[in-house]
Design a binder for this molecule. Structure first.
Ligand code: HEC
Ligand code: HEC
Ligand code: HEC
Ligand code: HEC
Ligand code: HEC
Length: 349
């Protein structure tokens, strides 16, 4: 058969019925008898949910330029496992995910999380539809998320927080209830550390003038795990900038950096000491990560003369250092969501 004839035949079959098309395109190796072939098919009946998921980092997991860069465009094949995985229920909860051979650009898609035994795993007992939903209590558990999210012990960290005791799970914070198409659902955008607004929920930040001192405190009160967790490139930076009365910069220093380092930084950020000397340092472990329930305080004297002290808490998602002046810039200037200013307090002197 010539090439054009072949594709005409395929089109004819595809036009036949949704079911035939699903069967034809199905990844048989993954799900024998499954009717699901692509997340695009879920869109026809779950359009609003599909849009929500499309805006998530799960949807971008394979096309995310940061991941592509670090994985050498996925020539490092071990990176495919969680960024374009086969269905988690077929691999098994608690087992490391396996890489998918096809439609990798869909990343962590509907099928990765829901496909099960030719149907879909769902959170409710009553649901019935063409996709054959079946109630699956394991779906909304931290163990389910943990297949991909426990590489650096996020689930273990969560267990040690008061949220675990109260039954507030990963889904409780990262898939909050939403009203869509007149029904209650669970937010599939799963916002977290690419949004300043979400990061703000993790921390209690206070700056006070006390006599001749400025007192700063930072506590992890709202993350159901360490701050940051999982991705080792991430860091929160506590930076103090002193401005003269005319607005010129007198000094910039970093009071602390919240991070579990896995490699040294080079370049512009190395110009700032990793951590400022403080009594806390002596009791602090290698990692400067901020566990849930922990508060750290810092004190420094009010400088001589007149001007303003700015205390910034910033966050960066990428492994590479950023210029300190960039880190202090407004949220707006970080359209690519690589760094944010989370808090800023100003103390005149
Ligand atoms: C032909 C329409 C159709 C297609 C295509 C479809 N679904 Fe459904 N789906 C439904 C209907 C209808 C329900 C039932 C809604 C209800 O009763 O709450 C449902 C329910 C579900 C549920 C269970 C919801 C719950 O509350 O437990 C999940 C999960 C689900 N679909 C996922 C998917 C996924 C993933 C795909 C793509 C592989 C998909 N669906 C494709 C129509 C469809
Ligand atoms: C065990 C599952 C797993 C494997 C294997 C894996 N990742 Fe990831 N990756 C994740 C999860 C989960 C996240 C989200 C973590 C977070 O947001 O803190 C992530 C996030 C990332 C991010 C951050 C993306 C961003 O835009 O902020 C990069 C970069 C990344 N991974 C690169 C890689 C590379 C390179 C490899 C291979 C060496 C790899 N990953 C292998 C699970 C995995
Ligand atoms: C099959 C693997 C897999 C499973 C299962 C999974 N995730 Fe993810 N998740 C990822 C990967 C990979 C990323 C990073 C994508 C990227 O940024 O490139 C991610 C990113 C995220 C992010 C965004 C983090 C950020 O930095 O903004 C959140 C939040 C998240 N996942 C929550 C969950 C929750 C909650 C569950 C369980 C209901 C879950 N995930 C299940 C693989 C998975
Ligand atoms: C009490 C609410 C809460 C719970 C419970 C919770 N998180 Fe988070 N999570 C947050 C907040 C707030 C952030 C943003 C701040 C940060 O980075 O820690 C976040 C950030 C994240 C990130 C991106 C952070 C990073 O540093 O790379 C991932 C991935 C994530 N959560 C996964 C999970 C998983 C998996 C669970 C369950 C084991 C979970 N979360 C439980 C509130 C929660
Ligand atoms: C990272 C894993 C993950 C991905 C990707 C994912 N889901 Fe879900 N989905 C879940 C979890 C977990 C729940 C249960 C949440 C709960 O109990 O609150 C859920 C709930 C649902 C529900 C019932 C609640 C609601 O919001 O209506 C439907 C329907 C559904 N998913 C369909 C889809 C479709 C369609 C896609 C792709 C566009 C998709 N899911 C992608 C994990 C995922």
């Amino acid at each position: 058969m010539s090439r054009p004839a072949k594709s005409a035949a395929l089109l004819l079959v595809l036009g036949g019925s949704v079911f035939v098309a699903w069967g034809l395109l199905g990844e048989r190796e993954e799900s024998p008898g499954s009717v699901q072939a692509s997340s695009a098919q879920c869109r026809s009946c779950h359009p609003a949910l599909y849009e929500e998921w499309s805006a998530s980092w799960h949807a971008k997991a394979y096309v995310d330029p940061e991941v592509r860069g670090l994985s050498n465009d996925f020539r490092n094949e071990e990176c495919i496992d969680c960024h374009a995985p086969r269905p988690v229920f077929e691999t098994g909860i608690g087992k490391p995910p396996l890489p998918r051979a096809a439609r990798r650009a869909e990343g962590v898609d509907c099928i990765s999380c829901h496909a099960r035994d030719g149907g879909v795993a769902g959170p409710s007992k009553e649901a019935a539809g063409a996709c054959a939903p079946r109630f699956e209590p394991l779906l909304a558990t931290p163990e389910f998320c943990g297949g991909c999210h426990d590489q650096h012990h996020t689930v273990k960290e969560w267990r040690a927080t008061p949220f675990a005791a109260k039954g507030i799970t990963c889904v409780g914070c990262h898939m909050k209830p939403v009203d869509r198409e007149g029904r209650r659902g669970s937010d599939h955008r799963s916002p977290a550390s690419h949004e300043a607004e979400e990061i703000r929920k993790a921390l209690t930040f206070a700056v006070k003038r006390e006599g001749a001192l400025v007192r700063v405190s930072v506590a992890n009160t709202g993350a159901g795990h360490h701050f940051p967790t999982d991705e080792r490139s991430r860091a929160g930076d506590l930076i103090v900038r002193v401005l003269e009365a005319d607005g010129s910069v007198r000094s910039v220093r970093r009071l602390d950096r919240y991070r579990n380092p896995y490699r040294d930084e080079v370049g512009a950020a190395a110009a700032l000491p990793y951590r400022e000397e403080s009594p806390l340092l002596e009791t602090r472990p290698e990692s400067t990560i901020l566990p849930n329930g922990v508060e750290r305080t810092y004190e420094f004297p009010i400088p001589e003369g007149t001007g303003t002290i700015e205390v910034h808490l910033t966050y960066k998602t990428i492994p590479y250092p950023l210029d300190p002046s960039e880190i202090l810039a407004d949220e707006k200037s970080f359209a690519e969501k690589k760094a944010f200013r989370i808090f800023k307090e100003v103390v005149p002197f």
